[in-house]
Design a protein around this ligand. Structure first.
Ligand code: UDP
Length: 142
């Protein structure tokens, strides 16, 4: 399986619950390595740029408000099949539909406050990683 990089964000709800360590533990125990981290708080405009693909969707304004409501932890995960593996560990967007044992099943409160973001393709991962990180900030272990 190919070694890939993907962007993970621990969203404001999960940062507020103090479960950063639990979420990163799940990544590491499943073969993903953290190769860059950035804790920040986005402005609503920055959140809007990050989620531009959803502009015009009914939930877009609430999503931008939520993502800028508190600190987030953006990180780059590296490992075999990282994009799909991260999505599996996250669970479904709506925590009510998330498989037991996934991050969202255990930590998400609702479809909007759903604990984590993860890139959905290798192409989007590259775009999303570049939003938060310069190449110099990523320390590959491979
Ligand atoms: N979202 C929402 N309501 C919806 C669909 C999505 O609030 O009906 C939010 C939710 O926080 C989700 C984000 O928009 O994580 C991005 O949506 P996407 O479909 O890309 O889900 P994800 O890739 O995060 O599972």
């Amino acid at each position: 399986m190919p070694v890939q990089r993907t962007l993970s964000i621990i969203k404001p709800d999960a940062v507020g619950k103090n479960v950063i360590g639990d979420i990163i533990r799940r990544f590491e125990e499943n073969g993903l390595s953290v190769i860059g981290t950035r804790m920040t708080q986005l402005s609503a405009a920055e959140a809007g740029r990050f989620y531009e693909v959803h502009a015009g969707r009914p939930f877009y304004n609430d999503l931008c408000a939520f993502m800028s409501s508190g600190p987030i932890l953006a990180m780059v995960l590296e490992g075999q099949n990282a994009v799909v593996l991260n999505r599996q560990l996250m669970g479904a967007t709506n925590p009510k539909e998330a498989e037991a044992g996934t991050i969202r099943a255990d930590h998400a409160d609702s479809i909007d406050a759903n604990a984590v973001h993860g890139s959905d393709s290798v192409e989007n991962a590259a775009i999303e990683i570049a939003f938060f990180f310069s190449g110099l900030e990523l320390i590959s272990r491979g």
